[in-house]
Design a binder for this molecule. Structure first.
Ligand code: ADP
Ligand code: ASP
Ligand code: MG
Length: 420
């Protein structure tokens, strides 16, 4: 007997019919004698619609009311899932974030879970009930509904799994696992049978939206075994692992030690809509970078890649960085409006794409960056910015070459499916 938390994403609960299909996955686990808790997203498209309504009501809305509105999508699917499970003869009850309770801080719209009181869930699970918990939401210290940021149901699921000490957290989605790159962009992408937490963390931060970044951080810290698997698999078919033997289908996200064959490059990611901003001729002295990035942080602008040139004469230099396209004007305004930052001029452009290659094997292999640059050069793609970390190399290129670059790198590193 195992304790399992299962999470269903938007496509898995898009209609009542889909909820019924998802519930059959739950029933299979219950019939096998497992204790199960369910975490649900809103029906696909619902959260976008709710966000749209809030913005239509007012561009300058209160973040507490944004949360009150956008958290409602998950309440609908949690109730429907509990109804469908009950109809199948499984004792089930829905729980909103505040009913669990899932405590968060009060950063409305992007709240962080600070603790979960697992007593109620524990009781229900031990007594053969299947609690269905709204993903994406929690309750603030002052008792208001909060949301965790887009894609946050993954994080809810992992946090619940840690709180109830689950053996596993299964994330059911519209793909049957984590792929070497987004299978919608590269049909030759291959499913990985295992991926380490660290690689998954990099991939999630670099644009592979299959799991929310925070959920991977949490799973890594709390040692939650995460499985990404398909909601469209026949719930009643025999459970077959990626090796073809009886087991759990999908991709296991786990500790690096559990992965015997370490790839130099495990995945290629793509993040579009990156804007590049350069400050020309800033003073090359202590405190300048702190002033520039402090001014941006004050406006809650998240900066990604940063490059500073060495100045020839030790007096003036250029600093270049990237922000999301949507923050471009705001970032420029924040810098122009700050009189303590001196520079000759600001130049920049929107429409960049960040392409990254990720792999734990890079730690022990030299030359990955140079081979990446060669592969892009062979396609005539110009590199605008480069950043690296221990297990990834990222480049910024013109958005119009993004898919071409991803496909070229995927082939170059031998990741293409053999029979495709
Ligand atoms: P859900 O609604 O179930 O949370 P998401 O849309 O958030 O699902 O995430 C699943 C999607 O992530 C897939 O449909 C796929 O297009 C995308 N994706 C991006 N990169 C990858 C990857 N490396 N492996 C698998 N899926 C990926
Ligand atoms: N429904 C929320 C969203 O669309 C949370 C989630 O699906 O994970 O962002
Ligand atoms: Mg998601």
């Amino acid at each position: 007997m195992a304790r399992i938390v299962v999470k269903f994403g938007g496509t898995s609960v898009a209609t009542v019919e889909r909820i019924r299909q998802a519930a059959r996955h739950v029933k299979r686990e219950v019939d096998a004698g497992h204790e199960v808790a369910v975490v649900v997203s809103a029906m696909s498209g619902k959260t976008n619609e709710l966000v749209g309504w809030v913005n239509e009501a007012s561009k300058f809305h209160d973040a507490r009311e944004y949360d009150a509105v956008v958290a409602s999508g998950e309440q609908v699917t949690a109730g429907l899932m509990a109804i469908v499970l009950s109809e199948m003869g499984i004792q089930s009850r829905s729980f909103a974030g505040w009913q669990v309770p899932i405590h968060t801080d009060d950063a409305h719209g992007a709240a962080r879970i600070t603790g979960i009181d697992a007593t109620t869930l524990d009781d229900r699970m031990s007594n053969g009930w299947v609690p269905v918990i709204t993903g994406f939401q929690g309750v603030s210290p002052s008792g208001r509904i909060t949301t965790l940021g887009r894609g946050g149901s993954d994080t809810s699921a992992v946090a619940v799994a840690a709180a109830v000490k689950a053996d596993r957290c299964d994330i059911y989605t519209d793909v049957d696992g984590v792929y070497t790159t987004d299978p919608r962009i590269v049909p030759k992408a291959q499913r990985l049978s295992k991926i380490s937490f660290e690689e998954m963390l990099e991939m999630a931060s670099l644009g592979a939206k299959v799991l929310m970044i925070r959920s991977v951080e949490l799973a890594m810290a709390q040692k939650v075994r995460l499985v990404v698997r398909s909601t469209f698999d026949d719930p009643d078919a025999p459970q077959v692992g990626p090796d073809g033997l009886p087991g759990i289908p999908g991709t296991l996200v786990c500790d690096e030690d559990e992965i015997l064959e370490k790839q130099i490059v495990s995945g290629v990611t793509l993040a579009k809509s990156e804007a590049k901003i350069t400050l020309r001729d800033v003073k090359d002295k202590p405190g300048v970078a702190a002033a520039i990035f402090g001014a941006l942080a004050d406006q809650s602008i998240v900066v990604d890649m940063i490059v500073q040139n060495v100045s020839d004469d030790g007096s003036l230099t250029d600093i270049t960085f990237t922000v999301p396209d949507s923050e471009y004007e705001k970032a420029i305004k924040a810098l122009q409006g700050n009189t303590s930052i001196e520079y000759a001029k600001i130049v920049g452009s929107k429409g960049g794409a960040k392409i990254s290659v990720v792999g734990v094997g890079m730690r022990s292999h030299a030359g990955v960056a140079s081979s990446m640059f060669r592969a892009l050069a062979d396609k005539g793609i110009n590199i605008q910015l480069i950043t690296t970390s221990e297990i990834k190399t990222s480049v910024l290129i013109d958005e119009q070459y993004a898919e071409l670059a991803v496909r070229a790198l995927h082939t170059y590193y031998g990741l293409d499916k053999k029979d495709a």
